[in-house]
Ligand binder design. Structure first.
Ligand SMILES: Nc1ncnc2c1ncn2[C@@H]1O[C@H](COP(=O)(O)OP(=O)(O)OP(=O)(O)O)[C@@H](O)[C@H]1O
Ligand code: SF4
Ligand SMILES: [Mg+2]
Length: 348
C-alpha cells in the first residue's frame, strides 16, 4: 500500500484556445490520504474542475504525474485504466445533467455495479442497498431522474458513485446547484459517508463555508496554481495568503461577535488565464503587492504548522516562522530560494 492514496506531481493542463494557450492547471502538486477529505477552493474559472477531471484522467494531462495508490495512471490506456477507475468516482455539480433522463434509477446505479462485476441477478438488491446508504429507498428504484427532487437526484449521483466501492470520491461542487436547505442535508450525508466508509474525498467548492464543514485540509487555487494549503482549522484561523483572506472575508459568519476585522474583498475581475499577470498572478488585485510581486513568482513556503503559502508578504508571519519553515519543492518554476518577508504587524 502506497503512502498516499492519490498523488499529483507537477500536474499541468493546457488548452489550446483561439487567443493562445490557456494553462488551466499550472504545476500542481498535492496528495490525498486514505479517509481524508481535502477541500479545493477558489473563484470561478481558477481551474478546480479541470484539476479534478485531470486527476481522474477524464482528460489527459499535458504534463505531470498521477499516482493512484502508488500506480502511475498518467499514461495508462483506457483499458488498463478501467479497474483503477472504479476506485475513484466523481459526483458532478449538476445532478440533472449527470443522470441519463431516459434511464430508471435502478438502471443508472446498476450500470455502476456492472463495472464492479456484480452479477446481473444481484444488481437490483445491491442498487437498493446503495440507495439506502444515501437515504433513498425502494420507492425510488423504478423512477426516472425527472421524477425526483434536485436533492434526491444528487443522492442518486452519490449512490452511483458509491456503488463501485471507491476509495476516493471526487465531488465537484456537489451541492452548489441545490437549495440552501437541501445543501446542508447533502453535506451532512457526505460527511457521514466519509466517516462510515473511510472514504477519501476531493471536495471542490466555490467558497470556504461548506469546505470548513467537510474537509480536514484545504487547498486554495488561483489561476491554475496552488497559492495556499493547510489543515482546515489552521487555515481558517491564520490564513497567510492575501487571496485566501479575501475568500474568507466573503464567507458569511453567523455569530456577530466573531466578525472578522480584516474584511478585505477581492478587488476587480479574475485576469485572463491566457495571458496571466507576471510574477505573482494575484498582484494586480492584491493590496499588499510590491515590486517583487510583479516580477517574481513566489515559491510555496511551508511552515512548521503544516500550512504553506506562495506569497512574498504573507500575513501574520514572523522571522522565526519563516526560519522554521522551508521552501516546498512543489513549485519548482518559482524563482530561486527567495524566502518570504516577515509581517511587520506579526510581532517578534
Ligand atoms: N475544454 C476546455 N477548453 C478550453 N478551456 C477550458 C476547457 N475547460 C476549462 N477551460 C478553461 O479553463 C479555466 C478553468 O476552468 P474550470 O472549469 O476548471 O474552472 P473552475 O474553477 O472549475 O470554475 P467554476 O467554479 O466556475 O466551476 C477557465 O478559464 C476555463 O474557461
Ligand atoms: S506575492 Fe505579493 S501580490 Fe502575491 S499575494 Fe503575496 S503580497 Fe500579494
Ligand atoms: Mg468547476
Amino acid at each position: 500500500m502506497a503512502e498516499h492514496l492519490l498523488e499529483l506531481h507537477h500536474l499541468e493542463q493546457q488548452f489550446t484556445v483561439s487567443g493562445g494557450k490557456l494553462r488551466a492547471v499550472d504545476d500542481v502538486t498535492l496528495h490525498i490520504d486514505r479517509g481524508e477529505t481535502v477541500g479545493l477552493v477558489g473563484e470561478s474559472g481558477c481551474g478546480k474542475s479541470t484539476l479534478a477531471r485531470t486527476a481522474m484522467r477524464l482528460i489527459d494531462p499535458t504534463a505531470g504525474t498521477i499516482l493512484l495508490d502508488g500506480h502511475d495512471i498518467t499514461t495508462m490506456s483506457q483499458r488498463e485504466l478501467r479497474p483503477q477507475r472504479t476506485r475513484m468516482q466523481m459526483v458532478f455539480q449538476d445532478p440533472f445533467g449527470s443522470l441519463n433522463p431516459r434511464r430508471r434509477i435502478v438502471t443508472i446505479v446498476s450500470d455502476a455495479l456492472e463495472a464492479r462485476g456484480v452479477p446481473k441477478a444481484d444488481r437490483r438488491a445491491e442498487a437498493l442497498a446503495a440507495l439506502k446508504q444515501v437515504g433513498l429507498g425502494q420507492e425510488h428504484l423504478d423512477r426516472y431522474p425527472h421524477e425526483l427532487s434536485g436533492g434526491q437526484r444528487q443522492r442518486v449521483g452519490v449512490a452511483r458513485a458509491l456503488a463501485t466501492k471507491p476509495d476516493l470520491l471526487v465531488a465537484d461542487e456537489p451541492v452548489s446547484a441545490l437549495d440552501v436547505s437541501v445543501q446542508a442535508q447533502l453535506v451532512n450525508l457526505l460527511v457521514d459517508l466519509q466517516r462510515e466508509l473511510g472514504l477519501a474525498q476531493l471536495f471542490v467548492a466555490h467558497d470556504l463555508s461548506v469546505v470548513r464543514q467537510v474537509a480536514s485540509r484545504v487547498v486554495v487555487m488561483y489561476l491554475g496554481r496552488i497559492v495556499e494549503t493547510g489543515p482546515t482549522t489552521t487555515l481558517f484561523a491564520t490564513a497567510r495568503h492575501p487571496y485566501t483572506r479575501a475568500l474568507l472575508s466573503a464567507v458569511p459568519i453567523a455569530d456577530p461577535t466573531r466578525r472578522r476585522r480584516d474584511r478585505s474583498a477581492v478587488f476587480g475581475e479574475l485576469p485572463s488565464p491566457i495571458d496571466p499577470p507576471t510574477g505573482c498572478h494575484f498582484h494586480p488585485r492584491c493590496p499588499r503587492a510590491t515590486e517583487v510581486c510583479k516580477t517574481t513568482q513566489p515559491p510555496l513556503w511551508r511552515y512548521a504548522d503544516g500550512g504553506a503559502a506562495a506569497c512574498h508578504h504573507p500575513h501574520g508571519v514572523t522571522a522565526a516562522d519563516i526560519a522554521g519553515g522551508a521552501r516546498d519543492d512543489a513549485s519548482p518554476r518559482a524563482s530561486a530560494d527567495l524566502a518570504p518577508e516577515p509581517d511587520q504587524d506579526a510581532g517578534a
